[in-house]
Design a protein around this ligand. Structure first.
Ligand code: PGA
Length: 246
């Protein structure tokens, strides 16, 4: 089933989250053939979990730590996320990599921790503008994938991947569907090589300036198994439109 995920980033208080979810559920209606996921900030997860409990909409976090508990000031563990109702965690988002210095080794440890806790990670990969201009897109994506999945290749059926070119995130300039599809195909080949038996179970999402007006252009390609939406997911009208746009 295709996955349409909202990454709210550092937006929305608990009361704003309540308002959003009430409105979103009204607008969403019945969408039986796609999975819908909301990823609010940590502080809103517990309340969001209560509001979404009896609904088909899934809850996810935007980050996690790799230990279950311990002296890690400011961090939140997969066990804690599971308890408040999360079933997904975004791991290795480009803002985590480039603003907070997360490297592939750390991202790998987070993936391992999520899998141990039964959370489904969405591993984000994607090249920066200068890497794209240097013709390194495929190399960068391949390295990120191989390092992140190192040692957990046999579990790739329990992981989704989001291809998010860094230059397309929050810029209003998405990749062309054709460019995205060529990277999605390439990611699919690597995943098949790493774990032939999990083929097709890892969804590859596109993210980067997805809007109601362009979501359908990505989703009409069979290689695009879903979307990870930032800015346009902050408004329940626009996110429900994206979910229903194909
Ligand atoms: P955007 O962000 O939709 O605002 O470009 C996507 C993301 O960062 O996941």
């Amino acid at each position: 089933m295709r996955l349409i995920a909202a990454n709210w980033k550092m937006h929305k208080t608990v009361s704003e989250t309540e308002d959003y979810i009430r409105r979103f559920l009204e607008l969403l209606g019945d969408v039986p053939d796609r999975e819908v996921l909301l990823c609010p900030p940590f502080t809103a997860l517990h309340r969001a979990g209560e509001l979404l409990r009896e609904t088909p909409v899934r809850l996810g976090a935007q980050n996690c730590h790799y230990e279950k508990s311990g002296a890690f000031t400011g961090e939140v563990s997969p066990v804690m996320l599971r308890e408040v109702g999360c079933s997904y965690v975004i791991v290795g988002h480009s803002e985590r990599r480039h603003i907070f210095g997360e490297n592939d080794e750390l991202i790998n440890r987070k993936l391992v921790a999520c899998l141990e806790e039964g959370l489904r990670p969405i591993l984000c990969v994607g090249e920066k503008l200068e890497e794209r201009e240097a013709g390194m897109t495929f190399k960068v994506v391949e390295t990120q994938l191989r390092l992140a999945l190192s040692g957990i290749e046999e579990h790739t059926d329990r992981i989704d991947v989001a291809y998010e070119p860094v230059w397309a995130i929050g810029t209003g300039v998405p990749a062309t569907p054709e460019d995205a599809v060529s990277v999605h195909r390439f990611i699919g080949e690597i995943l098949r090589e790493l774990n032939p038996s999990a083929s097709g179970k890892t969804r590859v999402l596109y993210g980067g300036s997805v809007k109601p007006a362009n979501a359908g252009e990505f989703m009409r390609h069979p290689e695009v198994n879903g979307l990870l939406v930032g800015g346009a997911s902050l408004d329940p009208e626009s996110f429900s439109e994206i979910v229903r746009s194909f």
